[in-house]
Write a protein that binds this ligand. Structure first.
Ligand code: AMP
Length: 420
């Protein structure tokens, strides 16, 4: 084989696509219940948009972006996530002028040049929501419950919600200072990433997955203790609302998110079945991003979940066939040239009547065609032979029971419709 997919990408073949469609349709259905509307933005934007939103020192921007100069010499990047694009669009189209709160969702491919491994791709797909316009903890709780609702509806119940508050511009510096004080002496023993983050983004140190570094974090002071009163109150309210909805969550004082724009609430929905890449969904509040992009002061909260990881967990629980949308209803077995022309016409009528039908492209005998119908898992076969056409009939065969019945060719579509 001369060509294959680029490393870190994958084909989603028809068998698997049915599962993907099931996930997408479920998410769309639930989004509608919560009054979210879809937004579609381009898959590439000017590079600066991501640099500004995610932060120059974030791993995504520093190491993982697909960036290139277009023929006009502009620096363009494939989107590594969608929040920046949605916020850009929100401001560009002045959505804040028409609605106090904009509730948007998206669905599509994202691109990050990370080391591929199970559940981690270079082109992956996310479904996400952005709620722009409310600073109320109610919005945070609604977003989390929306995520949980989607996974419940998908039948993924053994997931857990990890929750934390990452503070705001008032208390974040205090939190970061405490982390620095605590880890200062251990710095030479920490990994290169931690050492770099110590200077640039001390909070992100908590995100380090290196086991050796983790040993030094075990006695770290709980960052919740350093939150300002407003952040504490906000965080408490989020928890109260979640409790009132009966949503279980676990506070993880070390949960921080890799992107710069988050403040206050951060959360992840995690699956035990995913190994190292166990986060299936991640999100949080970002109250300053709209303003940072030149828009008005608009607080916001959102999340994104990964299609690949969701599909992986679902696949481990179910047989692929369970996601199959609709069986082939009818296979037309036409025998002989004239009958094939007639069969082709009836096939077209069946399809126009909304009946999922097939017919063999090549002329072959009854046995071969029935074998093909079986392979395609057709529920019924409509057999049209020379004798049948002479009598003005066709034979409808139930492939499950083997029962056969003669139908008049005059209103064959209606009769088939009544029986299948
Ligand atoms: P993030 O945008 O990093 O907060 O990720 C949100 C979700 O997207 C994660 O919980 C994953 O389900 C998914 N995700 C992120 N990066 C990747 C990747 N490289 N490959 C597959 N899924 C990913």
């Amino acid at each position: 084989m001369k060509y294959s997919v680029v490393r870190g990408t994958k084909d989603i073949l028809p068998d698997e696509v049915e599962l993907w469609q099931y996930i997408e349709e479920t998410a769309r259905k639930i989004f509608a219940y919560y009054n979210y509307q879809e937004i579609r933005t381009p898959i590439f934007e000017v590079t600066e948009l991501f640099q500004k939103s995610l932060g120059d020192t974030s791993d995504v921007v520093a190491k993982e972006m697909y960036t290139f100069l277009d023929k006009g010499g502009r620096s363009i990047s494939l989107r590594p996530e969608s929040t920046a694009s949605v916020v850009r669009s929100y401001i560009q189209h002045s959505m804040y002028k028409t609605q106090k709160v904009s509730k948007l969702y998206y669905c599509g491919p994202m691109f990050r040049y990370d080391r591929p491994q199970a559940g981690r791709y270079r082109q992956f797909h996310q479904i996400g929501v952005e709620n722009l316009g409310s600073a109320e903890p109610f919005a945070d709780a609604e977003i989390i419950s929306l995520g949980v609702h989607i996974f419940d509806e998908l039948g993924l119940s053994d997931l857990s919600v990890a929750l934390n508050s990452s503070g705001c511009s008032v208390c974040r510096p205090v939190i970061e200072e405490r982390i620095k004080q605590f880890l200062g002496n251990s710095l030479p023993h920490l990994c290169k990433d931690c050492q770099r983050r110590f200077e640039t983004k001390p909070l992100r140190i908590l995100d380090c997955k290196n086991k050796k570094c983790n040993n030094y974090f075990s006695a770290l002071p709980d960052i919740r203790k350093s939150l300002c009163q407003e952040c504490k109150d906000h965080f408490n309210s989020v928890q109260e609302y979640l409790d009132s909805l009966g949503i279980e969550f676990k506070i993880n004082p070390r949960l921080v998110r890799g992107l710069d724009y988050y403040n206050r609430t951060v959360f992840e929905i995690v699956s035990d079945q995913l190994g190292a890449q166990n986060a299936i969904c991640g999100g949080g509040r970002y109250d300053t991003l709209v303003e940072k992009f030149g828009g008005p002061k608009v607080p916001a909260v959102g999340f994104a979940f990964g299609m690949e990881r969701t599909a992986l967990v679902l696949q481990s629980l179910h047989d692929k066939k369970e996601f199959k949308k609709e069986n082939l209803k009818l296979f037309i077995v036409a025998l002989g040239e004239m009958q094939r022309t007639k069969g082709f016409y009836i096939l077209d009528e069946m399809r126009r009547a909304g009946i999922k039908s097939e017919m063999s492209y090549s002329d072959s005998n009854l046995k071969t065609q029935l074998k093909l119908a079986n392979k395609l898992e057709a529920n019924y076969c409509l057999i049209i032979g020379e004798d049948e056409v002479e009598k003005g009939i066709a034979v409808l065969k139930n492939m499950g029971t083997g029962d056969q019945e003669e139908l008049s060719l005059d209103d064959v579509v209606t009769q088939v419709q009544e029986r299948i």
